[in-house]
Write a protein that binds this ligand. Structure first.
Ligand SMILES: *Cc1c(COP(=O)(O)O)cnc(C)c1O
Length: 477
């Protein structure tokens, strides 16, 4: 068979027909979403996809959408659902999807200012807006990344070079954080060649926040032992419990001992938009680098993190490059090019998926939605505290509520809560995840979807009571 290359350019009529089919699918998905299960534990797990191999013969859009629905969209977590209360839920704003559509069709090359000055201006404008949210200067460097993990890698690679942590001193160059710091930071350290740095897990208070006095003591001990303290990693919203380390106090210690101060605000950072969140994040502006994820706190679909670095020069030194074939681009310098501030050269034009929803909804809509999440967490905390059998060890600082059921007798608590999370997941109407806290198996309600409202929380609480009662009865009989 002969496939001329112009087959890759559908006619307008063909485009509209395919787009109509996609739009019909999407509208039906969104209409059904409130009643779809938040989790489907299918035995097949999407394996039906493999029955349609990648081959020369095309399939129709109807066939493609059929595969997508049954093999991709249905199994696993329905991440777009308001009932997704596990891990840190993502969002999935519709206007963001339209932004992606526009970005993909026009396919602007957003890595270089010369190539797409408007696209780069848009990304940098969004980063300056984020800088202003956290009290960073307008000339701070920033980059829109695929997520918090890559953003953290950029921050820590910059920190490494700024503090001149070369291979000879790595085994003596000490990093300070807590046991609740996100694992992507360990990963970033290792990828950045810093895996041999000693890491001190500083003790936490009863709300799982770093104890500044313990930090300072550890720094002094390390200095006395001839080691080189160089990096402090604080959390503004831990994944486990949503704790915020004492950012201002830690900033002072970092400055006094000349440590690079990194704040991981991937989950918590955008709560600074919410009136009652802002004071909780006070001190974040003291950091040298901050990571915050629009695909968490701004409800953007997965694939959008951000890093901000106070001193622009430092991150450019780590990431700039020169290549002969890029010489035409060198003359255009009004705005920094993303390619000079990150490991990426070619990249998705990520700005549009954030700019469009911010412009079409206005920032106020985000402010209100984030305030709602904080209120819902307080509500869930109060309700759970009053439910017989449930134990809630900490008041939520942001929108993660951590709790467990303490069974009366006949069954050990960890075993009971493992059964409870499993029962809730099997039920599927909402999705919750679990963690370990001081050896105790704990359940979490992580409230961050823009589609989660009070009725979702009430449903989750009903399901928890229902399943706990069932397990109590089983274990007694
Ligand atoms: C999600 C998260 C990360 C990692 O970000 P990704 O976008 O998943 O790569 C880092 N830190 C915290 C606190 C997070 O919640």
């Amino acid at each position: 068979m002969n496939f001329p290359s112009y087959l890759l350019e559908p006619t307008q009529q063909e485009r509209l027909a395919v787009q109509q089919a996609v739009e019909t699918y999407i509208q039906s998905f969104l209409t059904q979403l409130p009643t779809l299960p938040a989790f489907v534990d299918s035995p097949e797990k999407g394996a039906g996809l493999l029955e349609s191999p990648i081959e020369d013969t095309p399939i129709s859009i109807e066939q493609a959408l059929g595969l997508l629905q049954t093999q991709v969209d249905e199994p696993g977590i329905t991440s777009a659902s308001g009932g997704h209360l596990g891990y840190i839920p993502g969002g999935g704003l519709y206007y963001s999807a339209l932004g992606d559509y526009l970005a993909a069709v026009t396919n602007k090359y957003a890595g270089i200012f010369f190539s797409a000055p408007g696209a780069v201006r848009m990304e940098n404008m969004l980063l300056r807006w984020m800088a202003s949210l956290i009290g960073f200067p307008q000339d701070a460097a920033g980059n829109l990344t695929s997520g918090g993990s890559i953003a953290s890698l950029i921050a820590l690679a910059t920190a490494r070079d700024a503090k001149k942590i070369t291979s000879r001193i790595i085994p003596d160059a000490v990093v300070y954080t807590t046991a609740h710091a996100h694992h992507c930071l360990d990963k970033a350290l290792r990828i950045a060649g810093l895996g041999e740095c000693p890491v001190r897990h500083i003790s936490m208070d009863d709300r799982y926040r770093m104890v500044p006095e313990a930090l300072e003591q550890a720094i002094l001990e390390d200095k006395a032992a001839g080691l080189i303290p160089w990096l402090l990693i604080a959390s503004a919203g831990t994944t486990d419990v949503g704790a915020i380390d004492p950012l201002t106090h830690l900033g002072k210690i970092a400055q006094k001992h000349q440590l690079w101060y990194h704040v991981d605000a991937a989950y918590g950072g955008f709560f600074t938009l919410a009136p009652s969140g802002k004071p909780r994040l006070q001190g974040i502006g003291e950091a040298d680098s901050v990571v915050m994820d629009p695909h968490k706190g701004l409800f953007i679909p997965y694939g959008l993190g951000a890093v901000l670095i106070k001193n622009r020069k430092q991150t450019a030194e780590t990431h700039h490059y020169l290549a002969n074939y890029m010489q035409d681009a060198l003359s255009a310098t009004e705005e920094a090019s993303p390619a000079d501030l990150s490991p990426e050269l070619s990249k998705h034009f990520r700005g549009l998926r954030l700019w469009l929803p911010l412009k079409l909804h206005g920032v106020g809509a985000f402010r209100n939605a984030l305030e709602e999440k904080l209120n819902l967490a307080q509500y869930a905390y109060e309700q759970l505290t009053n439910l017989p059998g449930f134990e809630v060890p900490v008041v939520p600082e942001l929108s993660v509520v951590i709790f467990r059921y303490v069974p009366k007798a006949g069954i050990e608590a960890n075993e009971f809560n493992q059964k409870l999370i499993k029962a809730v997941q099997q039920d599927g109407r909402v999705f919750l995840s679990s963690t370990l806290l001081d050896g105790n198996f704990m359940l979490r309600l992580a409230i961050l979807s823009f589609r989660t409202h009070q009725d979702t929380i009430d449903l989750a609480l009903r399901i928890l009571q229902e399943k706990a009662t069932e397990i109590e009865q089983e274990s007694r009989s």
